[in-house]
Write a new protein. Structure first.
Length: 806
RNA sequence: GCCGGUGUGGCGGAACGGUAGACGCGGUGGUCUCAAAAACCAUUGGGGGCAACCCCGUGUGGGUUCGAAUCCCACCGCCGGCACCA
């Protein structure tokens, strides 16, 4: 559907191609959008998520996001803010590298072309970026500081190498963070992810779990994103309980439960089948059998099978009753969550119930409220079969039982998070090398800060090799370096870091791009952080937006940034869909903005996209719909170029103008572009009427152009010039309004009988309720309908309604 | 299952608890034209009526209120997040 089948058309006498090209050039020459970073009176950091420069170029979703965010920035600039609106390139990462592999060209050579294309399209859209602060995450003067951040994390004990069961993508041949696995598949390529036990670099985001959760309460963010982060962090409250073990190498095991009140219903223990130290829980004579069983476990299935499990032959000792309970291993318990082991309470947990049934284990009711012979009862109730705790409610019992355990040193209350540490190692080429040197004597040593960046070596064959090592491992002369600490033989870390580490701090770099010696200049940072408003996609809810909050908090704790939260105000823009589905290459419903900009011009596309629906909701792209935007802008052109502009004083029209300014100002501030455009359309209709009636007021046209300027920057700039103004409309002052003039003078109020509208009353504002009631009563229609019926009650809301209850 | 969002004409969508359907697309009729396109004007939720007007209508069922798309309760559908998390 990219070919609209129509010839490029002109909007009346408006040649969008020539006009848009003229102003693109003029704005670049005059640096219209360059921000004053050092002496701003009212700094306004207008940030939008930077793209990775794909070869396909800007898509319609980008055009939508940038049109809205740019309109908002332009509005704030005209309001007198010093708007800083930078843009850059998330150029490192698997996505760019995979494309380079596909076309067989080195990413260092490919990337400049894709970047240039993106930049061309953004400029064409009329996005007013301050290009003097452009950045590129794959440039050494950027990733030098990404590496520096890694070193700071290491120094603070927040980066560590550890062995764990991790996600391995068999197609991209690298490990992935939990956040990059969507429903068991690689976020990038869609391949089913495998589990591998590997030693990898992790950033300890879990140390900040509580802070990241609490911080959400301070943020003005779209609900979806807050809720997604809250779910992802996944806090649960409960208790750690220690069971002594018999018949195996370990003396005891601690389990986490959110239901300590059900402790007396624990009839067995289960250790995760993937627990790294399963052997320690196993009776020596069972080890061989358990190892065999483990090796033959089926891969992860969609439908969990709670019957799979094996008796480890050891015994747990119940901390309250002293009863001996069997210990099992089963895949339904996760080795990586909590302590990797649970107490099973089949009477009151669905999964434990199913496992108990399958293995003929006892099911004991300890909470009243259900029938545990039929199914697990997971609600709360009153305790039974629970030694001296019988008769307590679940809530009371939780406290009493934990207190008892604590006295005996067998347990304590505890909080668990679902959030895992952030795995940042990637066995790939196109990223910043992790700045570490491994030394046999000193262990992993960070590269000294004055030796950063660790340059990514220029490797011709950058294909991932799939051995669990990055292609960098084969560059011997690069790998072998002396240990910075002892001078002995050392080997460089050969993995690169996750691209999300690059983007976790880019907003701090923009204001300081010209500083070589620091990642971000202190004065600049204190002036420009935190970001005033951040706009982007919600698909980054638990990726970029979470990582950036984490890194920013670490930098705050280290004294490098002035605020704990990087983005106090975030708005998620909606999705542009087409034919009811998300645009995607595989569906063949991708719409290229270039085609529409060719045919109708950038302003028309911007207005059309923003008019489609609420900005935070998005909308359905339909080819026919764009004609509304075409007609609207052509009417604007006609009105502003008419030779009948007058300077006549006109009280009614002046009031109308003030009311419009007030309404548009409110909507532009709240990103309600669709209703702002609707109001402007109505206004243009009225001005068209004025023109037919003899003349349009110059001031009305000027106001129209200014209010429309953020949305349609080229055509308004051209008309601004044609109506005799010098200087950019985008640097002009946003029209003000007098609230008393903006307020309506006359209102039409509804007259209701029993809540049903029966007539209307057109009156000046400010009438008293009794006057209104009197006027309403005297309306012929109302008299007729009221007839002889007595009025039981009259409700009068001035400027709204009169309602007679009979 | 839990969490968040959402449900309004043929379609996209408007609507501080106060005249539901702004604005736009599409449709219909008209003006202009030899004709068409463009442009402009009128009309366009459903039903009834010659008309003035009347009735019905915001996913479903209840409730609060003089008055509910809007608030409350219980459902249903759709979209998104989490999900063997103990």
């Amino acid at each position: 559907m990219q070919d609209t089948g129509e010839q490029p058309q002109r909007i009346g006498a408006y040649d969008h191609t020539a006009v848009e090209a003229k102003w693109r050039q003029r704005w670049a020459e005059e640096q219209t959008y360059k921000a004053d970073l050092d002496t701003p009176a009212r700094p306004y950091y207008n940030l939008m998520m930077f793209p990775y420069p794909s070869a396909e170029g800007l898509h319609t979703g980008h055009a939508f996001t940038f049109s809205g965010a740019d309109a908002h920035g332009r509005f704030r600039r005209m309001q007198g803010n010093d708007v800083f609106q930078p843009m850059g390139w998330d150029a490192f990462g698997i996505h760019s590298e995979n494309y380079a592999l596909k076309v067989g060209e080195h990413p260092t050579r490919l990337m400049p072309r894709t970047v240039a294309n993106f930049k061309r399209q953004m400029d064409r859209l009329g996005a007013g970026f301050d290009w003097s602060h452009e950045l590129n995450t794959s440039a050494p003067d950027y990733y030098r500081w990404t590496q520096w951040i890694f070193v700071q994390l290491m120094k603070r004990g927040l980066a560590e190498q550890k062995e764990a069961a991790v996600n391995w993508c068999p197609r991209d041949l690298t490990v992935l963070a939990d956040e990059q696995v969507i429903a068991g598949r690689c976020e990038r390529c869609g391949a089913v992810v495998e589990r591998r036990v590997l030693k990898q670099w992790f950033l300890k985001i879990t140390d900040y779990a509580q802070q990241l959760l609490d911080g959400l309460d301070t943020l003005d963010w779209s609900d979806v994103v807050v809720s997604a982060q809250r779910n992802w962090i996944g806090r649960s409250e409960g208790a750690m309980i220690r069971f002594d073990l018999e018949g195996c190498a370990r003396g005891d095991v601690t389990v986490f439960t959110t239901r300590p009140d059900t402790l007396c219903g624990a009839t067995f223990l289960v250790v995760g089948a993937d627990h790294p130290k399963l052997d320690e829980f196993t009776a020596p004579e069972r080890r061989e059998a358990v190892a065999r069983w483990r090796a033959e476990l089926p891969a992860d299935q969609d439908e969990p099978d709670f019957s799979i499990g094996i008796d480890l032959g050891s015994q747990g000792v119940h901390p309250l009753t002293g009863a001996r309970v069997p210990v099992f291993a089963a895949p339904y318990v996760l080795g990586g969550y909590g302590t990797g082991a649970i107490m099973a309470v089949p009477g009151h947990d669905e999964r434990d119930w199913q496992f108990a049934r399958a293995h003929s284990l006892p099911i004991v009711e300890v909470i009243t409220g259900g029938d545990v012979d039929d199914e697990a009862y997971t609600g709360s109730g009153v305790l039974v079969n629970s030694v001296e705790f019988d008769g307590l409610s679940s809530d009371e019992a939780k406290q009493h039982i934990v207190a008892r355990l604590q006295e005996q040193g067998r347990g304590e209350s505890a909080v668990q998070f679902r959030l895992r540490d952030w795995l940042i190692s990637r066995q790939r080429y196109w990223g910043p090398p992790i700045p570490v040197i491994h030394c046999a004597q000193c262990g992993p040593v960070p590269v000294p800060e004055d030796q950063l960046p660790v340059l990514l070596p220029d490797v011709e064959d950058f294909k991932p090799i799939g051995t669990g090592l990055s292609p960098l491992a084969s560059v011997e002369e690069w790998v072998n370096v002396p240990c910075p600490q002892c001078g002995g033989p050392g080997r460089r870390e050969t993995d690169v870091s996750d691209t999300f580490l690059d983007s976790a701090w880019y907003f701090l770099r923009y204001p300081s791009t010209e500083f070589d010696g620091v990642p971000f200049d202190r004065e600049r940072t204190w002036r420009w952080a935190p970001v005033t408003i951040y706009i982007g996609g919600k698909e980054h809810s638990v990726l970029h937006l979470l990582y950036a909050r984490f890194i920013n908090r670490v930098l705050y704790d280290a004294g490098f940034v002035p605020a704990q939260e990087p983005f106090p105000l975030f708005r998620a823009n909606g999705l542009i869909i087409k034919d009811g589905a998300k645009m995607s290459k595989s569906r063949g419903n991708v719409v290229s903005p270039d085609v529409y900009m060719d045919t109708y011009g950038a302003d028309t596309l911007r207005v059309y996209l923003l008019f489609l629906g609420p900005y935070e909701q998005g909308g359905d792209f339909r080819d026919e719909g764009i004609s509304g935007a075409v007609r609207f802008l052509s009417r604007v052109w006609r009105i502003a170029t008419a030779d009948t502009l007058t300077d006549a004083a006109d009280d009614r029209r002046e009031r109308r103008r003030h009311a419009l300014v007030k309404a548009i100002t409110e909507r532009m501030g709240g990103l309600r572009f669709n209703t702002a455009i609707a109001l402007l359309m109505t206004y243009v209709d009225e001005l068209t009427g004025d023109a037919a009636a003899g003349g349009v007021r110059r001031v009305d046209v000027e106001t129209l152009l200014q209010l429309l300027a953020p949305l349609a920057p080229h055509i308004t700039e051209e008309l601004w010039e044609r109506t005799g103004h010098t200087g950019s409309i985008h640097r002009s002052q946003w029209p003000g309004y007098d609230p008393s003039l903006a307020a309506a003078q006359e209102v039409t109020i509804a007259v209701q009988i029993n809540g049903k509208v029966r007539d209307t009353l057109h009156v000046p504002v400010g009438m008293s309720p009794s006057e209104l009631e009197g006027l309403a009563k005297r309306l012929p229609r109302i008299q007729e309908l009221l007839a002889e019926k007595p009025i039981r009650k009259a409700i009068v809301v001035p400027e709204r309604i009169v309602n007679f209850v009979v």
